[in-house]
Design a protein around this ligand. Structure first.
Ligand code: FAD
Ligand code: FES
Ligand code: FES
Length: 1372
């Protein structure tokens, strides 16, 4: 070992929110997040994915540079950043940005005021991302912004949160909160907020916004830290070391001392973001941080190019490449600029800020990482500089990528990007040459953190041919990567083929044919044909503007240009325009919200700000995992089965002994009571597999360890010994379930009734479609907070359990049963839930129960916070299903009969699957089918049990109904919208289908919504415009679709309790749980309204006096489950009943007091009531009357999309929604529900794939493979109107539900995509001259990019070229 390793160990010094931390003995594998969450009071840094993919853990990192006396501020994700690497840095968390004690920051206040926080789990990370953007923008020397604004631009504001996921809001309000700081924002564009009312002037609006002074924007780097600065530290703890060499010599000597052939002996690190992809389960003995070696951290520029040190972060490289353009606009401008632009699409800002250029390339070289960097740099002839021992070597990136994996002790020192310039008078063509460079990537999300299916970068030198009308391709460099290849490659055969050619359709066609033989993804790569077709698409996009086509084919763009230079430029420009992206400079174009608030029940009906939104934004809101661990606390992790049906013979651990920190393993034999993991009225499931594991993902045991990290590591090291002898094969499909008669029961009272007579309906039909088939997959909840619980043993055999659950009561009952305890020994507490969406209705119960069993057995507190992978494997998600339908219809599109056979894959345990038929049929009835007949079976399979997910059954049914309508329309060659319209219910048919749930005639608002939406969104005009667009655009097509929703919901009994304290403040408990849906806010408003009926002075401010408190199952019983969209209104009604009682008690006193005094205010009344022993607490159980138990919700949506035929990318250009909320209890909350649900629906229909392996084990296990919508995938224009449909006698203060029904409207995006695809197919069919019928065309769910492209025709370019070749010959 060299000299440096013997260096004296130093301390690690840094600051968090201005507080100094000095640490010795740090385990170098500790992440910043682990430290912050376990060693500091700052819990705003949330763990959600643990792999750099969500932004929940983002912090601002500030570094001081004493040489220039400047502080550099940037975001990093704390879940991958190693603690030792923050030496000398200052960290700001959301609490440091602002908090309840020192004052909230305007960011936090605006997030609250723009209704941009629902469950709040993503909000601190969002706020920090925006804070960093503000701090950095305001440091620039851009012109002074208007007073109250920052120097940030709208585009930067939107992009600042592009890497942060939110599962609740649908992003629009978050984007508004961010944009409210932007200097160039038009105040008109900012959406609904609690600061101003519509119509107020910009000045008034600005005066009402929480004020912001850009001169104060700073991260406040602590002075004391400036004195602590040193160039990195060498740290040691229990045999583990962290080294920060400051010279190449030190680095060499450190590397020399490393043992050969020992994988765990040493790790070189820069940003450590690579572990987000290659999860590392082991720690290393030595970590060597490269950041302080000058040669690796500098950027050098000269005439020949730009040399970038390998440890330079991607963000800094981008900046340097852009600056390069600034100082000499001609030299390599276009190439550097485009490289920088492409790099901005890598990962997210907070990854680019810590991830290094070298780290990326090393991952690509050693471990086949599907890198963007490698591809783009390959195309421009980049050189790399490597150090092995004392030896330095320069080689081309191409050779570097192609050589065997770099030796662990070799270091990439730098890369050199040569300078590319257009040359004058090329020898071969005797004319000027022009340099063309483009980069491409096709990824599920344009910006938000998604690896590409394929990326490419092309450089070409072209010149004008001597006849001045055509262009010659002199040379080209074509790089492709990430498509399922070992590393990025150059398509040399294509390059050689094209060199010196004058491009025509035939040449291009030949080139593509060669390319097809080169871009062949390795076995096992998903969507291989799609990826190959992307390569063709990108090459075509690059070269076709150079193709010499006759005027009639290229729209005559050759005419009128005389000079070669002019010809080339205009030709290129015009021809590239045909692919020209319609992407606006900002991600979102506009949004409009129309609400009608009502004063009738003030403050009910007001769009007031969500309760607790500011403490959510500052990260002070306490979620289960934020509760400090009681002393002696242990942590658990599930060991689950990876086999679908297998006897469990035993569990061992890899490497023999019990892993580090493990205290024990709990399994079925440790259960003192009954082996139940969840119990509901619909059935129960075991907590742990009893001998036989029933599905992949089934719980086998629970490993308990000192920390969550150790528990997770141990669970990962568990090796289960399975035995399948004498067991039947597992049932892994609905077909097998049918074959083996494996079904779950649906109680008769839950099975819906048929409507009319199917045979008679079919007899009336002019046409029929028989036994058509549809298929639907699952969807994962992706709540930002995964399942979590903390169980604490209490005196006298009692236990207190904190659980993030939608069902405290059921969790309580299950724990009591499992522990064999009387109910009153268990107390279940739920304060807030970081997103549920149905996933925490039942699936949370075994988590809490497992903690309770372990805590009870070990008599120590036990907690668990599921890692994302385990959560995804166990969650089950939505019900997949297969559908067969037969439908009869008239020639005008009127449907007369529909019959459905639906096989639902319910998984292994009953869960709540029995509700599925009723829920599905509730939505299937939304059209007048004449007669509706169905057979719905719940198939019991050896797969994880499926659970309710937001709009369970309804979203599937909305897809089925629209797919049938589309099938009918295309069979008849009718316009789909007219078929929808003709099949909408009349009030009479509505009554026939929904019986007495149909409500009064006036309550049936769908027909008026249908028409109103067409008018407000200019539907018919836009439909014509789209036709025009499709006629004139070859490679982009648009579609539009209008869909209705009729959504039945049911009310359930719900308790409430209202207590008035001596000082007049009010405490409320309700059965419902706050999941982010705004339940507490509505309850607060209702309490204030209910108590204001006492009619004394001071009740106007009552809403400020109300606090809704956590659910506590011993304090308020019969809470049931928070689900089905109606818990808020039921909780409100329960509270109102309490208020009625209290008002009655207080009114008598008030009357008496009024006789003595002229007026009486609230405080005095309550004090008097207290003194005269009036009972100031009332509780109630709201039981819905038969007349109000069930009702229908209505709405409609129109979506317009554009698809890119070359990539399959779908962009939602615009969505308009009108939704009937009755008289909304809080329009701001309901708007949030509508938009958020809709975007979750877009996820289901367009993005979210939840695949399994052949054993049913979920394989999409994190943010890398599961893609929920991000801010760049929501509608560019998003207009929502909440209809106030007036008085509804049987509703809670005339209100209606909003949580789930709007989700089903997202099918409009899918339908619009289908419409666009049909246009694309028509074109391809015309090129191939075939006559194909598209009437049975289906579009899978989700309609991901590969799916859309496949439907458009993977070989559409080849067909086009063939057609062109034939036509060109024909015209010559
Ligand atoms: C969420 C997420 C999304 C991403 N998306 C994309 C994307 O879309 N496109 C894309 O191209 N990339 C993407 N990346 C990859 C990202 O660019 C890399 O993780 C990052 O650049 C690695 O740099 P690092 O400094 O963090 O490397 P580290 O994690 O510190 O190191 C990575 C590996 O390289 C080794 N190493 C690092 N530097 C050197 C060196 N100079 N010499 C020798 N060995 C070295 C390390 O030992 C380690 O094995 C994504 C990453 C994340 C986490
Ligand atoms: S938890 Fe760190 S990025 Fe998701
Ligand atoms: S508010 Fe964003 S995840 Fe819930």
């Amino acid at each position: 070992m060299g000299e440096v390793t013997e260096t004296r160990t130093e301390s690690l010094v840094f600051a968090v929110n201005g507080q100094k931390f000095e640490l010795y003995n740090v385990d170098p594998s500790t992440t910043l997040l682990e430290f912050l969450r376990s060693q500091t009071p700052f819990k705003s840094v949330k763990l959600s994915c643990g792999e750099g993919g969500c932004g929940a853990c983002v912090v601002l990192l500030s570094k001081y540079d004493p040489v220039i006396d400047q502080v550099e501020d940037f975001t990093v994700n704390s879940c991958l950043t190693l603690l030792c690497s923050v030496n000398g840095c200052s960290i700001t968390t959301a609490e440091g940005v602002g908090n309840s004690k020192d004052g909230f920051h305007p960011i936090q206040k605006r997030f609250a005021g723009f209704h941009a926080s629902q469950c709040g789990f993503c909000t601190p990370g969002m706020c920090v991302s925006l804070f960093s953007a503000l701090v950095n923008a305001d440091k620039t020397n851009r012109p002074e912004p208007r007073r109250g604004f920052s120097k940030l631009t709208v585009s930067e504001a939107e992009k600042s949160i592009a890497g942060n996921l939110c599962r609740c809001t649908g992003y629009r309000p978050i984007a508004d909160a961010c944009k409210s700081f932007a200097a160039d924002v038009d105040m008109e564009d900012l959406g609904l907020n609690s600061f101003w009312k519509n119509g107020e002037s910009d000045e008034v609006k600005l005066s009402r916004l929480p004020s912001y002074n850009h001169n104060n924007a700073s991260s406040n780097f602590p002075e004391f830290l400036k004195k602590e600065l040193k160039a990195g530290a060498n740290l040691a703890s229990k045999g583990y070391h962290w080294y920060s060499p400051v010279s190449l010599e030190q680095l060499q000597s450190l590397l020399q001392g490393v043992e050969e052939n020992d994988e765990t002996s040493m790790k070189i690190v820069v940003g450590n973001t690579g572990t987000g992809y290659y999860k590392e389960l082991v720690g290393y003995e030595r970590y060597i941080d490269l950041k302080y070696v000058p040669e690796l951290s500098t950027i050098r520029k000269d005439q020949s190019g730009v040399e970038i040190g390998a440890a330079v972060t991607i963000s800094k490289a981008i900046k340097a490449l852009k600056e390069e353009n600034d100082y000499d606009p001609h030299r390599g401008k276009m190439v550097f600029e485009k490289i920088a632009d492409h790099m901005e699409k890598i990962a997210s800002a907070f990854i680019r800020n810590s991830g290094s250029v070298g780290g990326n390339l090393i991952m690509a070289q050693r471990k086949q990482f599907p890198s963007d960097m490698a591809t783009i740099l390959l195309s421009v002839g980049t050189l790399v500089n490597i150090m092995t021992g004392q030896k330095h070597e320069e080689l081309s990136l191409e050779d570097f990528l192609g050589m065997p994996p770099l030796h662990p002790k070799s270091v990439l020192l730098s890369i050199k990007i040569p300078c590319w310039v257009s040359r004058k008078k090329d020898v071969s063509s005797e004319s000027d040459t022009k340099l063309l460079f483009e980069t491409y990537r096709a990824a599920p999300r344009p910006l938000g953190n998604a690896l590409s299916y394929l990326n490419a970068a092309f450089l070409a030198e072209v010149s004008a041919f001597s006849d001045s009308t055509r262009i010659v391709l002199n040379n080209c460099w074509l790089a492709f990567g990430a498509y399922g290849t070992k590393h990025a490659i150059r398509a040399r055969k294509v390059e050689e083929f094209l060199a010196g050619k004058m491009l025509g359709a035939s040449v291009l066609y030949e080139a593509i044919k060669i390319l097809e033989t080169i871009i062949v993804p390795e076995d096992g790569t998903s969507s291989p044909a799609y990826r190959s077709s992307l390569a063709v698409g990108f090459l075509f996009e690059f070269l076709s503007p150079l193709v010499d086509t006759p005027p009639e084919i290229s729209n005559g763009c050759l005419n009128g240009y005389n000079t070669t230079e002019g010809l080339m430029d205009s030709k290129l420009k015009q021809n590239y325009d045909q692919f020209g992206e319609t992407k606006p400079p900002t991600l979102l174009l506009s949004a409009k919200q129309v609400i009608h608030s009502s004063k009738e029940y003030h403050p009910v009906g007001e769009p007031i700000q969500k309760t607790g939104a500011t403490i959510q934004a500052s990260g002070e809101a306490v979620y289960v995992d934020d509760i400090p661990s009681p002393s002696n606390c242990l942590h658990g992790a599930f060991i689950y089965s990876t086999e679908p049906l297998a006897r469990v013979k035993g569990i061992k651990f890899k490497y023999g002994s019990l892993p580090n920190g493990v205290t024990g393993i709990i399994s079925v034999k440790d259960i003192p009571g009954k082996n139940v993991g969840s119990v509901t009225g619909l059935g129960e499931e075991p907590l742990y597999a009893d001998e036989v594991a029933q599905c992949a993902g089934d719980r086998i045991a629970f490993v308990v360890a000192d920390t969550q990290k150790y528990a997770d590591l141990a669970a990962n090291l568990a090796v289960v010994d399975y035995d399948k002898e004498n067991l039947k094969p597992p049932i892994l499909s609905v077909e097998e379930a049918v074959e083996r008669c494996s079904f779950l029961e649906v109680p008769p009272f839950l099975y819906p009734e048929q409507v009319g007579n199917f045979s008679e309906g079919m007899a009336e039909a002019d046409h029929e479609i028989l036994s058509a088939k549809l298929k639907l997959g699952s969807q994962y909840y992706f709540y930002m907070e995964t399942q979590t619980a903390l169980a604490v043993p209490d005196e006298d055999n009692c236990i207190v359990v904190y659980s993030s659950t939608q069902s405290p009561e059921y969790t309580h009952d299950t724990i009591a049963k499992c522990l064999g305890l009387p109910g009153h020994n268990v107390r279940l507490i739920t304060r807030r839930v970081g997103g549920g969406f149905g996933g925490k209705a039942l699936k949370s119960i075994p988590v809490a129960t497992a903690c309770a069993v372990a805590a009870y057995k070990l008599q120590r507190p036990v907690r668990m916070y599921l890692n994302r992978k385990t959560d995804m494997i166990m969650a089950g998600g939505r019900h997949p299903m297969k559908i067969t339908y037969s439908v009869g219809f008239k020639s005008n599109g009127k449907i007369t009969a529909l019959k459905l056979d639906i096989l639902i894959d319910a998984g292994i345990y009953p869960d709540v699957s029995a509700i599925m038929p009723e829920h599905m049929v509730g939505t299937l009835r939304k059209y007048d089918w004449g007669a509706l007949s169905f057979d719905i079976k719940l198939c019991k399979t050896n797969l994880p049990s499926r659970s309710a997910m937001r709009a369970p059954g309804e979203i599937q049914a909305s897809f089925i109904t629209e797919a049938i309508i589309e099938h009918v329309a295309s069979t008849l060659s009718l316009d789909v919208d007219s078929v929808r319209t003709i099949n909408l219910h009349t009030y009479n048919s509505l009554g026939l289908f929904y019986k007495n749930h149909a409500g009064e005639p006036l309550e049936y608002t769908l027909p008026s919504i249908w028409d109103k939406l067409a008018t407000s969104s200019s539907f018919y005009h836009r439909t014509e415009m789209i036709k025009q667009f499709n006629r004139t655009h070859k490679w982009r097509k648009r579609g539009i679709s209008r869909v209705p929703t009729v959504h039945e919901v049911g009310m359930r009994p719900t308790p409430g309790k209202v207590s008035i304290l001596k000082d007049g403040t009010i405490v409320v408990e309700v059965g419902g749980v706050e999941l982010g849906q705004g339940l507490w806010t509505k309850v607060k408003q209702m309490t204030a309204y209910g108590l204001s009926l006492v009619q004394c002075g001071g009740t106007e401010e009552l809403v400020e006096k109300v606090r809704v408190i956590q659910a506590d199952t011993l304090s308020l019983i019969q809470g049931g489950m928070t689900a089905g969209s109606t818990t808020s209104e039921a909780s409100c009604e329960a509270v109102k009943l309490c208020c009625n009682v209290l008002v009655e008690r207080l009114t008598a006193l008030k009357e008496r007091l009024l006789e003595q005094m002229k007026s009486i205010d609230w405080e005095t009344l309550i004090l008097q009531a207290h003194m005269t022993s009036v009972n100031l607490s009332a509780s109630s159980l709201y039981i819905p009357a038969i007349s109000s138990i069930s009702y229908l919700n209505y709405g409609a949506a129109i979506s317009e999309v554009e698809i890119n035929l070359l990539t399959g990318e779908t962009t939602t250009l615009r969505t308009d929604i009108i939704y009937d909320c009755g008289q909304s209890l809080n329009p701001a909350v309901d708007l949030g529900q509508i938009e958020g649900a809709y975007v979750q629906g877009i996820g289901f229909f367009m993005l979210e794939e939840y695949p399994t392996n052949s054993d049913g084990l979920v394989t999409a296990n994190g943010t890398w493979s599961y893609k929920v919508p991000t801010v760049d995938t929501i509608p560019k224009q998003f207009n929502v109107e909440i209809l106030n449909s007036g008085h509804h006698q049987n509703r809670v203060l005339s209100s209606k539900a909003s949580g789930e029904p709007p989700l089903t409207l997202a099918v409009s995006v899918h339908c619009a995509t289908m419409a666009a695809i049909k246009e694309a197919r028509k074109q391809v069919i015309s090129w191939s001259g075939q006559k194909e019928s598209d009437s049975a065309l289906q579009l899978e769910v989700p309609a991901t990019m590969p799916v859309v492209k496949e439907r458009c025709g993977l070989d559409s370019i080849q067909k086009f070229l063939q057609w062109t070749i034939v036509n060109t010959i024909g015209t010559k």
